[in-house]
Write a protein that binds this ligand. Structure first.
Ligand SMILES: [Zn+2]
Length: 755
């Protein structure tokens, strides 16, 4: 390292922190000056290519008929996408897996006392919306991977069905034991609701969309407006993916034809009690028939009734049975082989299967990705040679629970562990603001890409538009200042909910999930028959200009990751994010201690005995023991070494970028850097769920899609398993130490690179 370079590096970092404006002359991270000029030329050509009109025509074709897993049109769409990839000059094939995918056989929800009512469980045709009439091909409304069952029991209303809701019920003397519970959608991933219900002894679970959250409480309903109509139902998987997603019968291995399979009765991710989703039209008579305590204010939804908790006098008969068939999934995989570092892979994916016609989810994302693939095919024909290998994947079977991507990741795990640079996902797409979730080491990278993509409405960069919104929405002056000063978008942890899960959660591959939303109302027809071409072209990104912006975000990200001379990971952001997680864990323990003390005080002072309803007095819970102090030194030491290594790496990296003599690329350093995210895994996995090996985040056991950061420690504290928490602090601390050592080696290599 030369002194001149170091000074240049310091100056460069100063400039980097102050970058602002819609069209900043960014230095491209990981490129020499000469490399950047070449890259910028190809990028300019690329950006002009994605076409909104093409996206509209692909969507019209792909959504013409229902295309769920195992349907004829799902397979036809895979063949159609394959033919397009090939016609664009990509080396493409279909990879087939065989997975357990239940479809409905019998479905019944009826009120048998005190009055009778039978739920319609049907989504009627909407006049003017042609595909809403395709009843013969539509998958009926259901929750996939519900166990079969036929139960009759008193009904209990459980609000969102979270553990804290059952605490509230207990305080009112209401138990879910032996009952059928009715929970509203929202505030957690849907599969958490039947899982928690079963833990509390319920025998069945009904999930409905309350109009306050999802319907006329939000705005005009379809077809007058975009929101969920009275009969609209949210389908969806209730598989217990907190254990593992993908085929329930082949955990950890690809579900190939000859794979060794569990017996269905032994598959732990199928629900323990039968569960079925219903509309608010069907839910109203059930909820109106409930007695018992009046539900507390936060539990009341938008139906014109007084919400009661039960139990009873409403009694419900619930029947759910499925055809438990093995069905094929067809992943369409297209490869562009890298010219100089072919054993480093950049993977880009979006699913193509839908619950029904699926315009917003997932076709809006799929057609944007297809336009990227077409444009990259054109660049190849014009002489572009990406350094690294690029893989485009149109996943099948995402909706039932990430079947296509998970099986592919499991089948290719060894190769991916060795070669994967990053995985870039998209799924739904609407109109409005860029959102990006992902691994902290890619936050600055995706922010820089966003500075080079124009927002179709404001003509600012999509980065600037999102930044202005964050400043406007900031809750405090401090948060506003942070939003204004940073050049980096808020890139939250991923958790689960789309096809990145196998990549990041199972293998520890740096991942990003991107899309646009926030202006149109994409949730209003989510997972119903009304998420179709008519709805999308009337209420969402009607001119497909945000589809083009998504193609530009996705394509530029892929090109930069594939072409960079040094991989553009930002370990400074990784380290500061990790420091934040460690602080949060200490605060979490402190607040658990404070809250327990406060609760015990209230119990001892008899606060819980007071109630506004003398007929239904609340019942005090027992006093709990206080959480002990834990030693966080291992985590703090790990995080501090990470911070030191990251700073050292950043200085070396900036010096290299400022060095005009550097031009060639750094294959040896890249080979090491590829392993950086993998080093954040522990191959034993998280406590009780070995499929999840990434120590920075995982879907929460009781929140589902919502991510828990440093989950091994966090969930042990939340679940009051304090000896386990202490043990996991040591484990995660040593994982951080190993990551710091890798980054340190990379810095040393980079500093000694001959020029
Ligand atoms: Zn989707």
């Amino acid at each position: 390292m030369r002194l001149a370079s170091l000074l240049a590096a310091t100056a460069f970092l100063g400039i980097a922190a102050a970058r602002t404006g819609p069209n900043p002359p960014n230095r491209l991270t990981g490129f020499s000056a000469a490399g950047e000029r070449v890259e910028r030329d190809w990028e300019a050509k690329f950006k002009a290519m994605p076409s909104p009109d093409s996206q509209r025509s692909y969507m019209r074709h792909l959504t013409a008929r229902p295309h769920h897993v195992g349907s004829p049109y799902d397979s036809a769409n895979a063949q159609w996408i394959l033919a397009h990839f090939k016609s664009w000059g990509l080396d493409a094939h279909i990879e087939r897996f065989e997975v357990l995918f239940p479809t409905p056989r019998d479905r019944l929800v009826e009120l048998v006392a005190p009055t009778r009512f039978k739920a319609s469980l049907a989504e009627p045709t909407v006049p003017g919306d042609p595909t809403s009439a395709q009843h013969a091909e539509q998958l009926p409304t259901y929750n996939a991977y519900s166990i079969d069952g036929d139960v009759t029991a008193p009904l209990v209303y459980v609000n969102y069905g979270l553990p804290s809701d059952y605490d509230e019920l207990a305080r009112h003397g209401v138990s879910a034991k032996g009952a059928i519970v009715i929970a509203r959608y929202g505030n957690s991933w849907r599969g958490v609701k039947p899982m928690v219900a079963a833990e509390h002894g319920a025998v069945g679970c009904i999930i409905y969309s309350d109009p306050a959250d999802d319907g006329y409480g939000q705005g005009d309903t379809y077809p007058k407006g975009p929101y969920r109509p009275k009969e609209g139902v949210q389908r969806g998987s209730v598989m217990e993916m907190q254990l593992y997603p993908g085929d329930p019968l082949t955990p950890g291995v690809g579900a190939t034809h000859d794979a060794k399979r569990l017996a269905r009765a032994d598959a732990p991710t199928i629900t323990k009690i039968p569960v079925l989703p219903i509309s608010y039209g069907d839910a109203q008579p059930l909820l109106a028939a409930l007695g018992g305590p009046v539900a507390p204010e936060p539990w009341r939804g938008g139906l014109g009734i007084t919400y009661h908790m039960g139990a009873g006098p409403a009694r419900v008969h619930l029947v759910v049975t499925s055809n438990w068939d093995i069905k094929p999934v067809y992943d369409v995989i297209a490869t562009i082989r890298g010219s100089t570092e072919p054993d480093e892979w950049v993977v880009r994916g979006n699913h193509e299967d839908a619950w029904v016609n699926g315009a917003e989810d997932p076709t809006a994302g799929q057609v944007a990705m297809m336009e990227e693939a077409r444009a990259l095919g054109t660049l190849l024909a014009q002489g572009w040679h990406p350094r690294r290998t690029i893989i485009y994947a149109a996943w099948d079977g995402e909706e039932p629970m990430l079947l296509g991507s998970t099986e592919w990741v499991e089948e290719h795990a060894d190769e991916l562990r060795q070669k994967a640079v990053a995985y870039l996902n998209s799924d739904t797409n609407d109109r409005g603001y860029l959102f990006a979730g992902g691994t902290p080491s890619l936050a600055r990278f995706v922010s820089d890409v966003a500075k080079d993509v124009e927002d179709p409405e404001t003509h600012l960069s999509v980065w600037k538009r999102r930044m202005l919104a964050d400043i406007g929405n900031a809750r405090s002056d401090d948060a506003r200042k942070r939003a204004r000063d940073t050049g980096v978008l808020r890139v939250g942890p991923l958790g689960s909910g789309s096809d990145y899960s196998g990549f990041v959660d199972h293998l520890g591959i740096a991942s990003l999930n991107i899309g646009f939303g926030g202006e149109s109302n994409g949730g209003g027809v989510y997972h119903s028959v009304y998420d179709d071409f008519y709805w999308y072209t009337h209420f969402s990104d009607t001119s497909f200009v945000y589809g083009r912006a998504l193609s530009q975000m996705g394509g530029l990200s892929v090109m930069r990751l594939a072409d960079a001379q040094v991989l553009p990971y930002d370990f400074v952001n990784l380290a500061s994010t990790v420091q934040g997680y460690v602080t949060e864990l200490q605060e979490l323990l402190q607040s658990e201690q404070d809250e327990t003390a406060e609760r015990n005080r209230e119990i001892q002072e008899g606060v819980f005995a007071a109630t506004s309803d003398p007929w239904h007095p609340t019942i005090a819970p027992p006093v709990e023991s206080l959480p002990p102090h834990l030693g966080f030194a291992a985590l703090q030491n790990g995080a501090d070494s990470l911070t030191r290594s990251a700073d050292r790496y950043a200085k070396t990296f900036a010096a290299l970028e400022a060095d005009t003599a550097y031009a060639a690329g750094e294959p040896a350093v890249n080979a090491l850097l590829v392993q950086a995210a993998r080093r954040l895994t522990d191959k034993r996995g998280l406590p009780g769920r070995p499929w999840y090996t990434f120590e920075l985040e995982a879907p929460g056991f009781y929140t589902g899609y919502g991510a828990k950061t440093m989950p091994a420690v966090r969930e042990a504290i939340e679940q009051r398993k304090f000896p386990l928490a202490q043990q996991q602090i040591e484990t995660v601390g040593s994982v951080l130490g190993a990551e710091a050592a890798l980054i340190d080696s990379a810095a040393t290599m980079l500093g000694h690179t001959p020029r």
